[in-house]
Design a protein around this ligand. Sequence first.
Ligand code: SAM
Length: 332
Amino acid sequence: MAKQGTKSSLHRQSKSITGKVGLLAKKSLKPQQTRQIIRRFHILQKNKHAILSRLESLQLANGKRDNYDELKKGKTYKTAFAEFKLPSKNAENEIYKIDSSQTICDLINSIAKIDAEIQQRGGIERYQSASTQGQNSNRGGDSSKKLLEWLRSDKYQSKLTNVNALEIGSLSPQNVISTSGVFSPVVRIDLNSQDPLIIEQDFMERPLPQNESEKFNLISCSLVLNFVPSHEERGQMLIRITKFLKKPDKTQLPLSCLFLVLPLPCVSNSRYFDNEQLLKVMKSLGFTQSFYHEAKKVAYWLFDWDGKVKRAKYAKKQLHSGPTRNNFCITL
Ligand SMILES: C[S@@+](CC[C@H](N)C(=O)[O-])C[C@H]1O[C@@H](n2cnc3c(N)ncnc32)[C@H](O)[C@@H]1O
């Protein structure tokens, strides 16, 4: 397996030495199961991120800060991790809430339980497998089919010579981005590579390009931003993406695009976000929407990049009310 960079502590986890993780990952899943796995995994990631942030501020106030690897070596973590048992099928899942009465020890305890739950549920491999299988039932297969359909339109057809692509969050080298023959090369990265042709790398730790030849004509970021646990980090990921795109040059008409895919509820049912807000955020980073498609559960965008990143600020503000809304947001 190709390896580059390191996984961020947030996503890093141990694999089962019994090899169970791999077996679980391959099992065929029903659509409802894939949704449950993906949803629970996102909740756990989000809770863990919030608990780690709270822990960091408590530790800073106490003048002593352990990094995540040190924390995992401590007795509190090890005991809670070893003792955690997944709830039986019909029992309620554990809720990992933060409240102001919690001590450092309580927080470490929760982190250990979340890590143990992720591992016992099959780890990131099972989440990826659910995502791959979910592609068929939820959105008619590989999302990059939509990308190629758009790129083959009159608007882009003439720009498709000598173009390369970076796929962030790649589950397979067999998707349409890779097999269309349009891009050469296609650089595929993922936090957890499932194929020797996918580099195991955190995009946030990928070394910045030193010159234009190390940049890309197209970046694909399909169902990745919603995996990133906080609104600030999602914004940072978008800013970072601009550093990897080739500067558009009007005389030679090169391609400089971002293909973005998000679960539809991120823009259709969030308290803090919608499509209008996304377009404002994107505009401030130099992106203009050229295509948009809304499927039943997923939304797709193709953005052109003009190379001009402004320093606009977008904070988390309530835009819509209602008890059944989610809290998805992207801030700059
Ligand atoms: C839901 S899967 C989607 C994969 C695929 N792009 C698709 O559209 O089906 C999200 C993937 O993004 C990867 N990912 C999340 N954050 C990442 C990061 N910072 N760098 C690289 N990969 C990341 C995860 O490991 C996971 O495999």
